[in-house]
Design a protein around this ligand. Structure first.
Ligand code: LLP
Length: 424
């Protein structure tokens, strides 16, 4: 459920007209709804009722805007980060270090040192090699790093291959069968405080069965680890719960369904559970607002050319993702069209033969469910500045990231000495 609704024929984010935001901020622009974010946090938290003080660590990669993170920090969430940059963003937004979990397969020694000096809650290690490096860094600093190993349970999450992470040949985690050896090695390292297990099998999961299977394996492993003498006090179950993108498809399992499954599978584990939801918290809380530049005649269907491109919202191009595309002020007429951006690639196609609101040049369209993995994956391809972002709260709204001027892009390039002063 979200707070993007038609009022007097114009789509609003809460009490603010998207047309008003477009008029002032220009397009393309991402718009987020605070009430929707708050609602999703509440629903997710309620879904986990009955668990012993779970930590909800928002997956920062889904939407790292400081205002979004500050909203979530204000609601008591922690953060799951995968780089020094995300760690600094989470801290800057007011997330307490103790609620930060550092995931990722390629942490560098510098990033480890940053996490250690800031005093983050847990490092999720993905290999024995990484454990050895972290132990060395922590020993040099005279501290013991709180760690879990991320386990690869060899479970196919049944999602898009590019966002599936728990199959044996995916790059993530320590192979389930090698986990006991990896823990033995970590326990022998001086700079580590081994305390947990972690798992994350993929994103946009629309079936709970693979997660249930993966968690069940983790439950078995916890028992084996304890039998081997390890004190396991945390279990990080990752993120991944899907959200509805296409109203014509079955609705993915709800947070309540997910919570019930978790309660059932983890009963008796006697650990503090950690969750790393990203998409389910912010996905439906954002739209990408764009303007139709022109409608170009096509052979089969017309091409609706909008001023947002694959550089602003890459998901359709990268994962064949489906985003609902609506007119901000629908006339009631419907049409079938191809929706494309201005980028010089055929991949810059948001939808083909889409039955949707009829739109014409100058009309505004909203790409729905763009709050997760939208602005954060934007890039400057075709020399387009990064997309601005706006946030609505009730009747108020504010720009929370400026449009990047092309001058900033040009200024970031440097001319080597041999090219300076030689332009003709
Ligand atoms: N934890 C870990 C270790 C992760 O790798 C991820 C996502 C999450 C949590 C959060 O997953 P979520 O709850 O958001 O599904 N760019 C892709 C999604 C990539 C997800 C990467 N990892 C997309 O646009 O669909």
């Amino acid at each position: 459920m979200d707070h993007f609704d038609l009022r007097d024929g114009v789509m609003h984010a809460e009490d603010v007209s998207l047309a008003a935001i477009a008029a002032e901020a220009g397009t393309p622009v991402y718009v987020y709804s605070t009430a929707t974010i708050e609602r999703h946090v509440r629903v997710f938290r309620e879904a986990l009722a009955g668990l012993d003080e779970p930590l909800i660590a928002f997956a920062v990669k889904a939407n790292p805007n400081r205002a979004v993170l500050a909203t979530l920090a204000g609601l008591g969430l922690g953060a799951d980060v995968v780089s020094g940059g995300e760690l600094l963003r989470a801290l800057a937004a007011g997330v307490p270090a103790s609620k930060i979990v550092f995931s990722g397969v390629g942490k560098t020694a510098e990033e480890m040192e940053l996490g250690l000096t800031e005093g983050i809650g847990q490092f999720n290690l993905e290999s024995v090699q990484e454990a050895e490096m972290l132990s060395a860094v922590a020993s040099r600093l005279g501290i013991a790093a709180p760690v879990a190993y991320r386990i690869n349970p060899n479970v196919d999450a049944g999602t898009h291959s590019k966002i599936s992470t728990g199959r044996a040949d995916d790059k993530f985690g320590v192979a389930y069968d090698r986990a006991l050896d990896a823990y033995a090695r970590a326990a022998a390292l001086p700079g580590l405080d081994v305390r947990g297990v972690a798992v994350h099998i993929g994103s946009q999961l629309t079936d709970l069965a693979p997660s249930r299977a993966a968690f069940a394996r983790i439950g078995t492993l916890i028992a084996d680890l304890r039998a081997a003498g390890h004190a396991i006090v945390t279990a990080d179950l990752g993120g991944g719960l899907g959200v509805p993108y296409n109203p014509a498809l079955p609705i993915p399992p709800s947070p309540a369904d997910y919570g019930a499954m978790v309660r059932e599978v983890t009963a008796g584990w006697n650990v503090r559970l950690i969750f790393e939801p990203g998409r389910v918290i912010v996905g439906n809380a954002g739209v990408l607002l764009a303007r139709v530049i022109r409608v170009k005649e096509g052979t089969t269907h017309p091409f609706v050319v909008v001023d947002a491109g694959m550089n602003d919202l890459i998901r359709p191009s990268l994962y064949d993702a489906w985003h609902d595309i609506r007119a901000v002020a629908p006339s009631g007429a419907r049409a079938t069209a191809n929706i494309v951006g201005p980028i010089c690639e055929t991949g810059d196609t948001f939808a083909r033969a889409r039955a949707m609101d009829a739109v014409e040049a100058g009309d505004l369209v909203a790409f729905m469910t763009a709050g997760a993995y939208g602005a954060t994956m934007a890039n400057t391809y075709n020399s387009r500045g990064l997309t601005p972002e706006a946030m609505v709260k009730g009747e108020d709204w504010a720009i929370i990231r400026d449009r990047q001027p092309i001058e900033a892009l040009i200024a970031a390039d440097r001319l080597p000495a041999w090219l300076q002063g030689k332009q003709t």
